[in-house]
Design a protein around this ligand. Structure first.
Ligand code: UFG
Length: 350
């Protein structure tokens, strides 16, 4: 039996593929390459370019590869973009998850791990927030994830399917061994933006909002290392394989850092100063959100990289690698830049 990873060429999905390989298990990957990068997935992993909403393709994958579990990462993830273009998010994140779930149920897939988000909480009234808090998303992105959660819960109750919903807090860092990192161009996430500024790829960066009800007036987030998050998926899948029932679980470290604290940590790790500019609040941003992840820990998750400077250092190493690969690529006639250091490989047959 095999696990299907949707969005496995993306940042979090790609690190989860590596976590599978590190323990000797080979999944298959489906990714439409809208933001993912083909070279993020090592050549020994069967890779299919396609859409999770393509029921014919997904049915064929389930049948031909004897898929018994799906890890569903493929999604649009930029909160401010979702405010500007909500229907894009409801289509990509909710409508397509509906199609995938329907295909999974028809294909008799028994286990489903869903990438949800702390964005479902909005501005929680208690902090750290646990999974019993009432969800109240502030953005279409958060709502698109919450709607998918509801579909999954109802479907599991009605069918022979068990799931784990993982609500990610702010995912950062890069593979400690340097195999992978965040490569999608046009970054909007804080640590990547700050590192690009530190490496002089941007002249300055904005700090969105300084009047939030937080200690220094900037937003507070719980930053979780992407490799720890990848291992959370293995813990969730093992739990389901061992017969565990459906659960919704937070994934964060339980410690919040303000935007200013993160920027200072980036300056310290990169060893350079850079310009920040105060900008107005960004639409859809909650003031402060920090996870209580006790339930995930009790299920077997062991965070190993709970250290903000380390996380930034790993991401910084990746940014430097990206910059040097791009410099080299500029001297080459054409072709894909192989940021993960893999050989080019042709798509597999579904
Ligand atoms: N920020 C800046 N300047 C920037 C970029 C970000 O000040 O250039 C601020 C944001 O306004 C926010 C904080 O840094 O206050 C974090 O912003 P990110 O864009 O890095 O992340 P978000 O909190 O908006 O969203 C991320 C994920 C979501 C997830 C959420 C959970 O993208 O999928 O964390 O908290 F839901």
């Amino acid at each position: 039996m095999t696990t299907l990873i949707t969005g496995g060429a993306g940042f979090i999905g790609g690190h989860t593929v590596l976590a599978f390989l590190d323990r000797g298990e080979i999944p298959i990957v489906l990714d439409d390459l809208s933001t993912g990068i083909r070279e993020a997935v090592p050549p020994n992993v069967p890779f299919f370019v396609g859409d999770v909403g393509d029921t014919e393709l997904v049915s064929r994958l389930i049948r031909n590869h004897r898929i018994d579990a799906i890890l569903h990462f493929a999604a649009k993830i930029v909160v401010p973009e979702s405010v500007v273009d909500p229907l894009k998010y409801y289509f990509a994140n909710t409508v397509k998850t509906h199609a995938l779930l329907q295909t999974a149920v028809r294909g008799k897939v028994r286990r489903f791990v869903f990438s949800s988000s702390a964005a479902v909480y909005g501005n929680p009234s208690s902090t750290p927030v646990d999974e019993t808090a009432h969800p109240a998303p502030l953005s279409p992105y958060g709502m698109s994830k919450l709607m998918s959660e509801y579909m999954l819960i109802d479907t599991s109750a009605a069918c022979n399917l068990r799931h784990v919903i993982l609500r990610y807090f702010n995912v950062a860092g890069a593979d400690p061994a340097g195999r992978l990192g965040q490569s999608t161009p046009g970054a909007t996430h804080l640590i990547k933006v700050a590192l690009e500024t530190a490496l002089r790829r941007r002249p300055y960066m904005n700090i969105y909002g300084s009047d939030y009800p937080t200690p220094d007036g900037t937003c507070v987030r719980d930053y979780v290392h992407v490799s720890d998050l990848a291992r959370a998926h293995l813990a969730a899948l093992d739990y389901l394989r061992n017969g565990g029932g459906s659960r919704t679980l937070n994934c964060g470290y339980g410690r919040g850092y303000s935007v200013r604290e993160v920027v200072d940590a980036v300056r310290m790790v990169a060893g350079v100063d850079f310009e920040t500019r105060q900008a107005p609040r960004r639409a859809g941003d909650p003031a402060s959100i920090v996870a209580n992840s006790d339930q995930l820990v009790s299920l077997g998750w062991k965070p190993e990289l709970n250290d903000l400077p380390k996380m930034i250092e790993h991401a910084c190493n990746w940014e430097k690698k990206l910059a040097s690969v791009e410099r080299t690529a500029r001297g080459q006639p054409s072709g894909v830049v192989d940021v993960a250091g893999n050989a080019s490989h042709a798509p597999a047959v579904p």
